[in-house]
Design a protein around this ligand. Structure first.
Ligand SMILES: CC(C)(COP(=O)(O)OP(=O)(O)OC[C@H]1O[C@@H](n2cnc3c(N)ncnc32)[C@H](O)[C@@H]1OP(=O)(O)O)[C@@H](O)C(=O)NCCC(=O)NCCS
Length: 236
């Protein structure tokens, strides 16, 4: 009989001590709260800064553990897991990743518990916020961030270090290459490929392939500039 006994035993999950590395906004704490409300599993022990002056950083009431110099000590503790919350410039993400790997820090994903991840392949350091939907056959690389309300349809390929702003809609079989930034509310039509490090302005409708290292805006999206892939200023 299907379903019998489903509620007879409460699932128990070990609590993991989580360190957040890098801080750009309080959004990450909302996601951690949502995960814990469904099933208590993460104890946020504090924040490690990837950059900036600790004196000027608002940690939203959570403990500040230091900068990357404390990663070695924290990474050596077997009960620690890390989430790399550096999610904008692909170059900064690579640097943060290298610090974490060098110090033996084990990273996890933060995926809102309402999201059905069946038939989705997912890397590490992926964060998917409240209200996202991810269709079957989709592949998400490492360090993919999808903010609130993002819709990723079926068989979409999203490579490493891609940032999806709130409310994006990515249609079936689209391909987003490494390091691209997709602005709020963007629509990417089926089978379209967005090139490496491309930046797509808020509200754009992307109807055709976009080359590497360009900014495109508008409906339909048009390229407005080409940029040096090492210049972080083009990422938002
Ligand atoms: C596309 C974007 C990155 C360009 O920023 P920028 O390089 O500073 O560009 P500028 O502000 O110099 O604008 C260049 C031109 O593009 C236009 N433009 C900029 N953004 C546009 C957009 N989203 N849609 C249509 N046109 C846009 C500007 O009006 C300007 O036009 P003009 O030359 O005729 O005056 C930025 O405008 C944008 O849309 N960022 C997305 C932000 C976002 O969604 N953040 C979510 C974070 S959670």
């Amino acid at each position: 009989m299907r379903g019998v006994g489903l509620n007879s035993k409460r699932m128990t999950t070990a609590i993991q001590n989580l360190v957040v590395y890098g801080l750009t906004s309080p959004l990450i704490f909302k996601l951690i709260d949502a995960i814990n409300r469904r099933q208590p599993s993460l104890k946020l022990v504090g924040i490690v800064l990837s950059d900036g002056d600790p004196a000027n950083i608002n940690c939203y009431g959570y403990p500040l553990l230091g900068n990357h110099s404390v990663l070695r000590e924290l990474g050596a503790q077997p009960d620690r897991v890390f989430f790399c919350n550096v999610n904008r410039s692909p170059r900064e993400i690579c640097t943060a990743d290298a610090w974490l790997a060098e110090n033996g820090c084990r990273t996890i994903n933060l995926i809102h518990p309402d999201i059905d991840m069946n038939d989705v392949r997912v890397g590490t350091n992926v964060s998917l916020a409240d209200g996202c939907l991810v269709g079957p056959g989709t592949v998400l690389g490492n360090h993919v961030t999808c903010r609130m309300g993002g819709i990723i349809s079926h068989e979409v390929t999203i490579e490493d270090r891609v940032y999806l702003s709130p409310g994006v809609r990515i249609c079936g079989s689209a391909h987003l290459k490494t390091g691209c930034d997709i602005g709020a509310g963007v629509i990417v039509l089926p089978k379209v490929t967005i090139g490496r490090n491309a930046v797509i302005g808020a509200g754009a409708v992307v109807t055709q392939d976009v080359p590497d290292n360009v900014t495109a805006v508008g409906v339909p999206a048009k390229v407005i500039r080409t940029h040096d892939p090492n210049d972080d200023r083009f990422h938002f």
